[in-house]
Design a protein around this ligand. Structure first.
Ligand code: ARG
Length: 659
């Protein structure tokens, strides 16, 4: 049930009579919004002021003539005018009760399917395989799934595609590592763990070699920066009152500090590498590993037999590992066309770009020059190699042919925003204007120190151990024997394990989704598994509470099964507030998909759970004044539970029947 659309419909009927400018009517309708002052109104129409000029009448007069003609008696309890012409709408509890009763008879809890379904391709998760999945992969996986689920629930056609990085340099790394450094027995017994080790070993050596090679440049940077500081100091001495000069000195000093910090970081990296004799001797024996790795990657792309055979041997093993994580997270995709799938199409991308006069040879490479960007998009390197961008063009072309999407959403780290800006500009020039391409960007996961979340040794935090830790913490909180005893719940080990898994995984997902995706967020395991506050566990607990009340009702003669056919009749103020909240579910989902922000849904669930808690404190359910009131409240409780469950389900989070 969409209140906003209904209100807008009723207003439209009046406004179309008063104004013969459809655009003005449309923009007025946009100004009917949920009220920011719930004590005054449920919805507000701030339409009169902007209409004053075009209609040549005072706002108050306009508001009055709109209100006089409005037919909202069935929906609203009061329609009043405040101040200079704000129209305040308070919904009628009777009307709300009717909507809620309808919603309880429907497994979509009253959410209508859109009358204007679109086709969305959602590209998300998309890890580079052959590297272990780490905490950074959570965001795309969880945000992408929530968006895809919600759009689908609203009635759109949604195609999900995991654009696996299964063809990149990381394979060059493990191929080189396998050929030169593998521990055969480790590979036989635990192939993926050994490949990860090789990947990390090669990566560490490349980082070491680059750091060593960069030292002279960093020294030069420091010299230059300290020279600038000297100049700035001199200038300030000459003109001590000059604020600009003082600022310049500060900026120069900051730059110098940065240069020192950079050097210190590299020196630490070098010291760490040199403390490992194996790393040091391997790196000495294999100088310029970076080029060697690129050569292995190029050989793979040329289809050279040995490398292709190794790739075919490694890939399924890496995928098994990734799929095990997806199974645990409950993530599924319609397609997993990785980068390798497009390899044979890349030549035709270049041809197409030439045919459309977009590609230009430049310094031996092939580029697409774009207005408004400093650098062109390179689509083929001097040595003939294709790039990430080339594959993305091929992917977009393939999706256009295969799915004819109205929109393609790329749920990817904010650091790739430049890449996507260029990609979308190229696609537009290629003639795909009818598709909306959108980068659903997200911020970085930070540690408590405010820096990107790393382990103590400075490496990225692996996803699997993190999930295990969350489950362990969830066990301590949700299955705490004292708490269970007080709640009168007996659980055997297997139920506890299930509860801990659902609460633990839910905690990680919810914590991620509850932050605006554009911002960075601090990964705080202590906070995320709490039963209180804006956490998954709190919502899951609220759901379990609704279930427990309904179970108790089944033990009482007056209530048993009767509540199912009872009618909701909202009376107490907190009941009315809770009812209004439930009716707003569809509005919330649509609102959250305007800018693809799942945190709009988590906020809604949190508010709903809090309202339910106040309702439960203030309105006796099993000991209500009359049976009719008790049955109405039981049914409302049931609808709260269903709403929390559907909402969590859209976020990919499961519920528990008792907790
Ligand atoms: N594999 C890439 C990475 O890990 C992300 C791919 C995102 N999707 C895309 N179509 N480019 O950085």
């Amino acid at each position: 049930m969409q209140i906003l659309s209904l209100l807008r419909e009723r207003f439209a009927a009046v406004l179309n009579d008063l104004i013969d400018n459809p655009q003005l009517v449309a923009s007025s309708l946009e100004r009917i919004v949920p009220s920011r002052e719930p004590q005054l109104a449920d919805y507000q129409a701030n339409i009169a002021m902007p209409l004053a000029k075009p209609l040549g009448k005072p706002p108050l007069e306009i508001a009055k003539s709109v209100v006089d003609r409005l037919k909202l008696d069935d929906v609203c309890e009061t329609v009043s005018i405040a101040g200079a012409g704000y129209i305040n709408l308070k919904l009628s509890p009777k009307w709300m009760s009717r909507q809620l009763n309808n919603a309880t008879c429907d497994d979509r809890i009253g959410v209508e399917r859109t009358t204007d379904p679109k086709t969305f391709v959602v590209d998300y998760s998309s890890p580079n395989v052959a590297k272990p999945m780490h905490v950074g992969h959570i965001r795309s996986t969880v945000i992408g799934a929530a968006i895809a689920n919600t759009l689908r629930f609203l009635g759109h056609r949604v195609i999900t595609d995991n654009h696996l990085g299964d063809w990149g340099t990381q394979f060059g790394m493990i191929i080189y590592g396998y050929k030169h450094f593998r521990d055969e027995s480790a590979y036989q017994s635990q192939p993926v763990a050994e490949l990860s080790r090789l990947y990390r070993h090669i990566q560490a050596m490349i980082a070491y070699q680059e750091a060593v090679a960069n030292l002279p440049k960093m020294d030069a940077n420091i010299q230059q920066a300290s020279h600038r500081v000297d100049l700035a100091k001199k200038k300030l001495e000459e003109t001590p009152q000059d604020k600009k000069a003082a600022k310049e000195l500060q900026a120069a000093q900051n730059k110098l500090q940065e240069a020192h910090d950079d050097l210190a970081a590299k020196q630490e990296l070098i010291a760490q590498a040199e403390s490992s004799p194996t790393l040091l001797s391997d790196a000495k024996m294999h100088p310029d590993l970076n080029s060697a790795v690129l050569a292995e990657t190029a050989a793979l792309h040329r289809g050279e037999k040995e490398n292709l055979a190794l790739w075919n041997e490694f890939l399924p093993r890496c995928l098994d590992e990734i799929h095990a994580v997806y199974d645990r997270l409950g993530t599924r995709f319609d397609y997993e066309y990785g980068e390798s799938f497009y390899h044979d199409l890349l030549g035709s991308v270049i041809e197409e770009l030439f045919a459309k006069s977009l590609a230009v040879p430049s310094n031996g490479a092939i580029c697409v020059f774009l207005d408004g960007f400093d650098a062109p998009m390179i689509v083929q390197k001097q040595d003939g190699a294709y790039l990430y961008a080339t594959t993305d063009i091929a992917t977009a072309m393939f999706r256009e042919r295969e799915f004819e999407p109205d929109a393609c959403l790329y749920v990817v780290d904010h650091r790739q925003s430049e890449h996507f800006k260029k990609l979308f500009a190229v696609l537009e020039k290629m003639g795909y204007q009818h598709t909306q391409f959108k980068h659903i960007s997200f911020g970085t996961v930070l540690g408590k120190d405010g820096k990107p979340f790393k382990t103590r040794s400075g490496s990225t935090v692996g996803l699997e151990p993190l999930l295990d830790e969350a489950v362990e913490r969830a066990w301590a909180v949700a299955c705490d024997p004292n708490r269970l005893q007080v709640a009168g719940i007996e659980m055997d080990e297997s139920e506890k394990r299930q509860v801990a898994e659902i609460v633990g995984i839910g905690a990680i997902k919810y914590a991620d989704l509850s932050h605006n995706r554009e911002s960075n967020y601090v990964f705080d395991m202590d906070k995320m598994v709490q039963l209180e506050g804006n956490t998954a566990a709190y919502i899951q607990y609220s759901y379990a509470r609704t279930r427990s009340i309904l179970r108790k009702a089944e033990t009482q003669e007056w209530a048993r099964e009767k509540w199912e056919t009872a009618t909701i009749d909202l009376q107490a103020p907190v009941e009315i507030a809770l009812g209004l909240q439930l009716i707003r579910f569809e509005e919330t989902l649509k609102h959250s998909m305007q800018d693809y922000l799942p945190n709009v849904i988590t906020e809604y669930l949190f508010d709903t759970a809090k309202l339910f808690s106040s309702f439960f404190d203030q309105c006796p359910v099993l000991k209500a004044e009359t049976e009719a009131i008790g049955l109405s409240r039981l049914k409302l409780t049931h609808l709260v539970g269903q709403t929390l469950k559907v909402g969590l389900d859209l976020l990919g989070i499961q519920v528990i029947e008792r907790m």
